[in-house]
Design a protein around this ligand. Sequence first.
Ligand SMILES: NC(=O)c1ccc[n+]([C@@H]2O[C@H](COP(=O)([O-])OP(=O)(O)OC[C@H]3O[C@@H](n4cnc5c(N)ncnc54)[C@H](OP(=O)(O)O)[C@@H]3O)[C@@H](O)[C@H]2O)c1
Length: 310
Amino acid sequence: MSCLSKTFKLNNGLTIPTIGLGTYKSEANEVKEAVKYAVEIGYRHIDTAWFYGNEKEIGEALLDIFREGKVKREDLFIVTKLWNNFHDKKNVVPKLKESLSYLKLDYLDLFLVHWPFGFKEDSCPLPTNSNDYSDVDYLETWEGMEDCVRQQLTKSIGLSNFNKEQLDRVLKNCKIKPVINQFEVNPNNSQSEWIKFCKDRDIVVTAFCPLERIGKSREPGYPSATVLDAKVLEIGKKYNKTPAQVVLRYLLSLGITIIPKSVTKSRILENIQIFDFDLSDEDICYLKSLNKNYRVSAMGQYKDHKYYPF
Ligand SMILES: NC(=O)c1ccc[n+]([C@@H]2O[C@H](COP(=O)([O-])OP(=O)(O)OC[C@H]3O[C@@H](n4cnc5c(N)ncnc54)[C@H](OP(=O)(O)O)[C@@H]3O)[C@@H](O)[C@H]2O)c1
């Protein structure tokens, strides 16, 4: 039987559930039921973002959940993210307050800077050309994030899609340390050095696109999804598990948190049933060997921005 922990301790003493429900591209008409079902079957961590445009529907789900009374606010770990148009320090607290009002919450568990690069406010949400880039330094943004903690609007703050130099620059200049770095990790992009780099700095990693966004939009040239790999299917058969469960279990073995997205009840359930088996060293070695350093989510159209991370 697996002895995997269901939570990780953060560097501020709080804890984060190792598996959360992702909600990017979860449409308004499906996300409410997905969140309610996920919480009903045991998920305690929900990942969203202002950019996903579904905070209001997630807020409605949370309202229903708390009204029912079986799960309380303090039992859940709710994450949202500051979008790139709002990197000016003066915008950070107001944007968090706006997200809280959509989510119908008094406080957040974790607020992340979604990307290190900013856009001008009036090019919302995505610029058409580089004239719409803003050169606000993410250190200024971070000061706004720290204000969010001081005002008790969020318990923790963190980063997403920052590179090593950017992360170290924040650590060198911050008053409140980031607890999390959220970035892409999956067998096609195993990021082992980067995970170690974060762990060495006492920063927990959250893996997005853990299932390589099966069947959805990808950067050109992206390899086939690992869940379609014949050997991964074989590995799953040994344990009576699906390829997606093998992949998610592998990611947990790296000592990171994961946020697979689904709006399909059977898959939401499947994705959390990964704590009752162990992969052999040989299986883990095979999954490690699949690394190709490909990214599903690179935002490569902004690579000429001075703070583009990759
Ligand atoms: N910080 C960032 O910049 C960033 C970037 C990307 C993502 N994220 C976060 O990370 C979350 C996860 O990443 P993602 O949504 O891009 O990709 P993902 O979780 O790797 O893949 C989601 C896709 O896989 C399908 N799926 C889920 N479980 C499955 C299963 N057991 N078997 C087969 N297919 C399955 C889903 O379909 P159905 O929904 O139709 O079931 C959906 O099409 C996001 O939702 C978001 O919360 C953050």
